[in-house]
Structures are given as structure tokens and as C-alpha cells.
Write a protein that binds this ligand. Structure first.
Ligand code: FES
Length: 122
């Protein structure tokens, strides 16, 4: 029998607050969807950061969260698609691309961009 936790989610984009109970053995995103709470997602695999949230209170266990560094996890970010509640939680949806920029922004858009296929003389 799994342990259940209380979760409060502040959905900043929809200006809504959701409350739910989630089991500790099910991904947060899956469990919340099953209760009619639709949150952003894309890959559902812990890689793209679309489902990222700020953890305002509580602990999320997320060993499969490959899309965010340990440093960002320590700053309080979590991926709901591969995150499990380990305590009661208070979560806040991120700004669009907030976590993506923090995780990947330093690597993209810094080099020379050329339109089209590379030419031999390049
Ligand atoms: S949906 Fe892509 S990391 Fe969660």
C-alpha cells in the first residue's frame, strides 16, 4: 500500500491552484492527470524540461530526471513526469522555457548560425 501525500500546485499560466493527493509510487504528472489536473509536458521522459516546476515546499524524488542538473535540483526544480512525492508538496509552474534556459541556454544560440546546408568551401 503506497503512502499518499498532499500536493498543492500553483498554475501560474492558468492563474489556478490545484490540490490533490498523490501516491508516493506514481509519477506526479501521471497521478495528477488521472485526477483531471492537466499540467504541461512533452517528452514524459525526464529530458525536455517542459514539465518542470519550482518546489516551494517538500521533497521530490527524481532519479530519472536527466534533463536537469543536480545543481538545478538543489535550487528547487523538479520534473513532474519522472518525479515522485516524498513528502507533502507545494509546487509552482515555471515560466515558459525557464528551466530549459537555465539547463541548456548556455549551450545554444552562442555559435555562428548559417542558413541552409553547409557548402564545401565553408
Ligand atoms: S515532459 Fe519532458 S522532462 Fe518532463
Amino acid at each position: 500500500m503506497p503512502r499518499y501525500y498532499q500536493v498543492v500546485i500553483h498554475d501560474r499560466q492558468k492563474n489556478a491552484v490545484y490540490r490533490a493527493q498523490v501516491p508516493g509510487d506514481q509519477y506526479l504528472l501521471t497521478s495528477l492527470e488521472a485526477q483531471g489536473i492537466a499540467l504541461p509536458f512533452a517528452c514524459r521522459n525526464g529530458c525536455c524540461t517542459t514539465c518542470g516546476v519550482r518546489v516551494r515546499r517538500g521533497e521530490v524524488y527524481q532519479p530519472e530526471a536527466l534533463g536537469i542538473s543536480a545543481a538545478l535540483r538543489a535550487q528547487g526544480y523538479a520534473l513532474t513526469c519522472v518525479g515522485y512525492a516524498r513528502s507533502d508538496l507545494e509546487l509552482v509552474t515555471q515560466d515558459e522555457d525557464e528551466l530549459y534556459e537555465l539547463q541548456f541556454g548556455q549551450y545554444f544560440g552562442k555559435g555562428r548560425v548559417r542558413v541552409g546546408l553547409p557548402l564545401e568551401e565553408d
